[in-house]
Each structure stands twice: as structure tokens, then as C-alpha cells.
Write a protein that binds this ligand. Structure first.
Ligand code: HEM
Length: 317
């Protein structure tokens, strides 16, 4: 696979969209032109665009299904992906039927009729809806994207030219980049942590590493594995370790086994046997090129037990 392409689906979609859109538009032109001999070439071109487009769409769908099973995604993206799949499969069936109908029509020497043109227009509407939903997966949910601008994490970047500005500070007003989040603290470097803070961070990091081990029991060593454990992930809420492990973690275990977490600590406080940490996390592949699959912000509270710090609460968004 070419390094920056997550899978073949984004390559194949362009053939599907271009060939089938051109086919629909040319059939419309042919329908309006009626039996005019001058447009015979238009109809022939439309035929081949439709047949090639329909054939390649079978590959596009196969690549889409493979992509859906391999890209890292959250719950919101999962719903969006199901919706995209629903439209894609419906549209594909429609185009395949229309392609067969067209072959039958050509063999019989029938002209492009109103019903056939209408079917093409409906299929084109389905294709547009599918494409928009696919784009939504990439541009809104960030599926298959290697890296996002790190302006929140490092406060934007300064130009070397000496201009005293960063995109994070200025471009929001210029309509350039997305507005930066004001007052986002900078990550604390490992060397500036006290020994107690370093212990807490090590426990939190070990917990995240255990999440990606492929074994649902592995993180148990780093949590309060009873009813006191609380997990809030976006809109999801799990009370108790068993609830989180069985009703949440297990479903994500296979996806998590392909990635690793990078934590950036934004704030930490240790007060006796209680510690609170706020941090950002990035999801990266375990091996291969350094792709950033996304991430989020989180806050955690940990308590000191006989055998080290244990995660009691985790809230991610
Ligand atoms: C008619 C068939 C289909 C069309 C026209 C289509 C179209 C698209 C488009 C335009 C994108 C955005 C690509 C980009 O901006 O680079 C996309 C992305 C995506 N589509 Fe589809 N799609 C089709 C079928 C499917 C199916 C059946 C699935 C299975 C769930 C699927 C899953 C995905 C996924 C996961 C992405 C995110 C990018 C990636 O990892 O490839 N697609 N699709």
C-alpha cells in the first residue's frame, strides 16, 4: 500500500463517481436529443461509462467494506459509516440493475426512454448522497487521516520569517484556520514531574498500554477493578469495571490491539493518596508509518493502593 493511502477505497471511489456521473449526464443528453444521429456517439459513450462504472463499483464496495473493518474509528464515526454503507449498497444495486437494463436495451435497439433516464437520475442522486457521506467520514470524522494540525497541543506555530504571529492566534479572525482554543496549557515534560507525579503518569501510561494488549483482563492491574471504577467516554457511561470491560472494552479490543496511545500531560496534582491528571491522548499505529488516527482530551483520578496507583475515574472526550 502506498504510505499515505489508508486503503484502496479512496482511490476507487473517484472512478465510480466520475464514470457513473458522466454516464447519467450523457444519458440525459441522449434522451433529450431523441433519435438525432449526431448524438449516437454520446449514447455509446454513456453506455461504456455506465458499464465500466458499475463494474468498478463492485471493487469500490469491496474496498469500502475492507476499509470499514480496518480504519480506527469512534462510536460517532461508526454510525456515520453504517449510514454511508447503507446508501452505498442501495446505490450500487440500483446501478447494477440499470447497467443490466441498458445491456438489454442496447441489444433490442431501444432508444433511451423516459423511465430509463429517470432511473439513472435517481441512481445519480443516490451516488451523490453516498459520496457526501463518504466525504463526511474523512473530513468530519477524520477516518484514515494520518495527522491533524497540532495547534491545540502546541499552540500553533510561528513562521521563521520573523513575523511575530502564529496561526493559532491570528487566522481565526482572517478566516484561515479553525479558531484555536484559548488558554490550552502546554504539555508538561517528563523531566519536570516530581517522583510522585511520575509514578502516577507511569500508572496511567501502563493502563493505556494494557488497553492495546488485546487482552481485556490486562488493564485490570492498573484500575480499581470493582464498582468504584467509573468511565465516561463522550456520551457513554460505565459504572464499575465489569460493566466497562464487558459492555465497552471487549467490543473495541481488536481495534485497540492495532494501535498505541501517546499521552501528553497537561496538569497533575498529587494530594496524599489521591491524584488527578488532565491530559491529551493521540492514537497512533503500533507499527508502520507514524499516522495520527486522532485523539482527545481526558481527565483521570487515581488512588494509591498497596501495589501502586490505580485508576478510579476516567473521562474522555
Ligand atoms: C458506491 C459505493 C461507494 C462510494 C461512491 C463511496 C464513496 C466514498 C467517498 C467519496 C469517500 C471519501 C474519500 C476521500 O475523501 O478520500 C469514502 C470514504 C469511506 N468509505 Fe465509501 N463509498 C462507497 C462504498 C463504501 C462501502 C460499501 C463502505 C463500507 C462501510 C465504505 C466505507 C468507507 C470508509 C471507511 C471511508 C473512509 C476512508 C477510508 O478509510 O477509505 N464505502 N467513500
Amino acid at each position: 500500500m502506498i504510505e499515505i493511502i489508508p486503503n484502496w477505497h479512496p482511490v476507487l471511489v473517484h472512478f465510480t463517481i466520475a464514470l457513473l456521473t458522466i454516464a447519467a449526464l450523457l444519458f440525459l443528453a441522449a434522451a433529450f436529443a431523441g433519435r438525432n444521429r449526431a448524438v449516437h456517439g454520446i449514447e455509446t459513450t454513456a453506455n461504456w461509462n455506465l458499464w465500466l462504472g458499475a463494474g468498478l463499483t463492485v471493487l469500490t464496495v469491496a474496498a469500502g467494506l475492507q476499509a470499514a473493518g480496518s480504519v480506527t474509528h469512534d462510536d460517532a464515526a461508526h454510525l456515520a459509516m453504517d449510514n454511508h454503507k447503507f446508501w452505498a449498497l442501495g446505490t450500487t444495486v440500483l446501478f447494477l440493475l440499470v447497467a443490466l437494463w441498458n445491456a438489454w436495451r442496447v441489444r433490442r435497439g431501444h432508444s433511451v426512454g423516459v423511465a430509463f433516464t429517470l432511473a439513472m437520475v435517481i441512481a445519480l442522486a443516490g451516488l451523490t448522497a453516498t459520496g457526501l457521506r463518504g466525504a463526511d467520514l474523512v473530513y468530519r470524522h477524520g477516518l484514515g487521516v494520518m495527522a491533524l494540525p497540532q495547534q491545540v497541543a502546541d499552540g500553533g506555530h510561528d513562521h521563521e520569517s520573523g513575523a511575530e504571529h502564529s496561526h493559532a492566534e491570528t487566522d481565526a479572525t482572517e478566516g484561515g484556520h479553525a479558531p484555536a482554543v484559548a488558554n490550552t496549557p502546554k504539555p508538561i515534560s517528563q523531566s519536570r514531574l516530581s517522583p510522585a507525579e511520575a509514578e502516577v503518569v507511569a500508572a496511567l501510561t501502563a493502563y493505556h498500554a494494557a488497553l492495546t494488549s488485546g487482552d481485556a483482563a490486562a488493564p485490570e492491574a492498573f484500575v480499581l477493578a470493582d464498582e468504584r471504577f467509573l468511565m465516561i467516554e463522550g456520551k457513554h457511561f460505565n459504572q464499575g469495571w465489569t460493566d466497562y470491560r464487558d459492555n465497552h472494552l471487549k467490543a473495541e479490543l481488536a481495534d485497540l490491539a492495532k494501535v498505541r496511545f501517546r499521552l501528553s500531560i497537561l496538569g497533575i496534582q498529587v494530594d496524599g493518596d489521591l491524584a488527578t491528571v488532565s491530559f491529551m491522548f493521540n492514537v497512533l499505529p503500533k507499527s508502520g508509518p507514524e499516522m495520527d488516527f486522532g485523539g482527545g482530551r481526558a481527565s483521570a483520578s487515581l488512588v494509591r493502593a498497596g501495589d501502586g496507583w490505580k485508576l478510579q475515574q476516567l473521562h474522555t472526550s
